[in-house]
Design a protein around this ligand. Structure first.
Ligand code: COA
Length: 163
């Protein structure tokens, strides 16, 4: 199967956080300052990672695991949310997609890194069985570092599953 580069499938997407992204919580006494609902960010993250994986595999894919879902900093209504997503590592039928999430304050231009998480995605065939995916070719030093780190996380996940 043809080897592909990381750049071929990488995606950066931007989204303006509107009132609807706070849902009912905006008017709740627990959320008086207009925080974005975490589930909105998780949905955007799953979507972008899915698109990256689909671009790489050109097959149906399913998310099997989301790692490191931890918000370092809040995201507010009116912020621009930026998701930078690319493939870190490829196994036989699974791959790890990394998503870096940033929030930009459009008034000041200040960009805050709010989260980096890792999604394991599996390519499936027409009847839902795992199917082989194209190899990945990390080129830059950063891509090579991410590949090594993801390979280690993959080993840890395999060990945990065995337990
Ligand atoms: C994904 C799925 C098809 C895998 O089936 P499975 O019988 O576990 O398949 P396998 O054991 O052969 O594993 C297939 C690959 O997934 C990886 N995998 C499976 N479970 C995993 C887990 N919990 N963590 C990390 N990797 C996992 C395996 O390591 C293997 O990777 P590799 O081929 O690159 O080595 C099955 O678990 C499934 O359908 N899950 C539901 C997915 C879903 O509905 N997601 C939400 C909607 S998108």
């Amino acid at each position: 199967m043809q080897e592909k580069t990381v750049k071929e499938s990488s995606i950066t997407s931007s989204h303006l956080m509107l009132m609807e992204h706070a849902g009912n919580f905006l008017f709740n006494k627990n959320n008086p300052i207009g925080l974005v609902h975490g589930g909105i960010i998780m949905k955007l993250m799953d979507e972008v990672a899915g698109m990256v994986a689909s671009k790489h595999c050109r097959r149906p894919i399913v998310t099997v695991l989301i790692d490191n879902m931890y918000f370092f900093a809040p995201i507010y209504i009116g912020n621009k949310v930026i998701l930078k997503s690319s493939i870190n590592y490829v196994g036989r039928t699974s791959l790890e997609v990394g998503v870096r999430i940033e929030a930009e304050d459009l008034k000041t231009g200040k960009i805050t890194h709010t989260n980096t998480c890792y999604l394991v995605v599996v390519a499936i065939d027409d009847v839902g069985r795992p199917t082989p995916v194209p190899r990945i070719k990390p080129e830059s030093d950063e891509e090579k570092r991410r590949y090594k780190e993801a390979e280690l996380r993959n080993k840890i996940r395999i060990d945990e599953r065995k337990k």
